[in-house]
Design a protein. Sequence first.
Length: 152
Amino acid sequence: MLNLTEAIAGTVRQSGFNIKQLADKTGFSENYLYRISTPGASGCDLTIPRAGKLMQITRNYSILDVQNRQHGFLRVRPPRSRVNHLGQGEILDRLHILHLELVHNLRLFFPKPTEKNRDAATQSLYELACFVEGLRKRVNSDWRQLELDLGA
């Protein structure tokens, strides 16, 4: 499991850019990037706004993952829409099952926030969010079809 210093150093090293390119993209000095990417270097702090900029440019969010783990938060990917063709009863059953799985995994995670429990809770939350996003799109589509049918 990474610590924050290792996550920062890894983000800089694995960015796909050399230090000069990364300095140009972030607006940070090359010296600053060298210092934050050297574990054990002193006199250099990465502020939250700078960490955000670095993660956004490198598309590496391991710094955020480490901070979330340290402070008991979960990071969940935005849901992908999954349009489904289930009947009303099947929709309610699926929502009920997804909700129960999420509650179960959260009950495991909060008293014992291990990486395994965090991953299970995050996955359950993501699956529920994807299902709800699919339902939202389906409802919007059904309303548009109804408007067309009624000639509105």
